[in-house]
Design a protein around this ligand. Structure first.
Ligand SMILES: [Zn+2]
Ligand SMILES: [Zn+2]
Length: 276
């Protein structure tokens, strides 16, 4: 059976947590791969999960020769894995990276990542084709039946939610989002409408939100509310707090499932399959 596969390489928020009591959920930060049934490759974020993802790609038979990467925003936990991506040293590989519109030009941002004080490798050392883009106003068309749209949402310095359409299937990636007080962000409700899968920031609980105003994150209860109001089929809780161990994430998953049955907490190695 032909299917699109969503693979979770990094599900942790803020910073990596290679702790023994967090091993089942996993310690890598944000990185999600979408592999379409026709073997096209779309990636959301380049947290530390981007490193094992790149290594797996290098050993895969019939691996795609192009990756289209969409960065929600430029905080460290969403880009640091970029520096350890081995396919950059493969001359048959192409990597197109799209970032949100920012005060800084995207070339300046990546130039700073490679500042010699912090890292020894420079972009001209890459052998792969390497293209940086600011996400355009309208959409990006990856192929005839694959398009991606973006909307800005609230987070310190802002972040993008993405809506990926593959034929008749829709995957929405919305992380590092703080909703306005006492309401849900209407842009997010709109971009998540009728999605097959919604991957959403669930760093906090409603009880924790007041003490973390301005930190830029959501509660799992807000994830459930968006899933219900936007008529989402499956909800994936994502960007787990670095303070939450395996038991805490399992409890959040159970609590969320009691309110929205088709909910799963993202774990490293989780695959969600969408039949074509
Ligand atoms: Zn983050
Ligand atoms: Zn952030």
């Amino acid at each position: 059976m032909k299917e699109h596969i969503i693979r979770f390489w990094g599900v942790r928020g803020s910073f990596p947590t290679p702790d023994r009591d967090k091993y089942n959920v996993g310690g890598h930060t944000s990185c999600v791969e979408v592999r379409t049934a026709d073997n096209q490759l779309i990636v959301f974020d380049m947290g530390t999960g981007f490193v094992p993802f790149g290594n797996a790609l290098m050993t895969e038979k019939n691996a795609p020769d192009t990756a289209n990467v969409f960065i929600s925003h430029f905080h460290w936990d969403h880009i640091i894995g970029y520096l350890g991506f081995t396919p950059f040293f493969n001359d048959t590989f192409t990597c197109n990276i799209y970032g949100k519109e920012d005060k800084l030009d995207i070339h300046t941002i990546f130039g700073r990542l490679h500042d010699y004080t912090f890292w020894p490798v420079e972009i001209p050392m890459y052998q792969a084709k390497f293209n940086l883009h600011t996400f355009p106003k309208e959409e990006v068309r990856i192929s005839e039946n694959i398009t991606i749209k973006a909307t800005l949402h609230g987070h310190p310095n802002g972040a993008n939610s993405y809506r990926l359409t593959i034929g008749d299937k829709v995957i929405v990636y919305s992380t590092d989002i703080e909703h306005p007080e006492h309401q849900l962000n209407p842009n997010v409700l709109e971009i998540a409408k009728d999605a097959d899968v919604l991957i959403k920031d669930a760093q906090f609980t409603n009880e924790q939100l007041p003490a973390h105003k301005g930190w830029g994150h959501s509660s799992w209860q807000q994830c459930v509310a968006v899933a219900e109001q936007s008529n989402v089929k499956q909800l994936v809780l994502y960007h787990h707090s670095p303070g939450n161990n395996d038991d805490a994430v399992a409890q959040i998953e159970k609590d969320a499932q009691a309110e929205f049955a088709n909910t799963i907490a993202a774990r490293e190695g989780l695959e969600i399959k969408l039949p074509v």
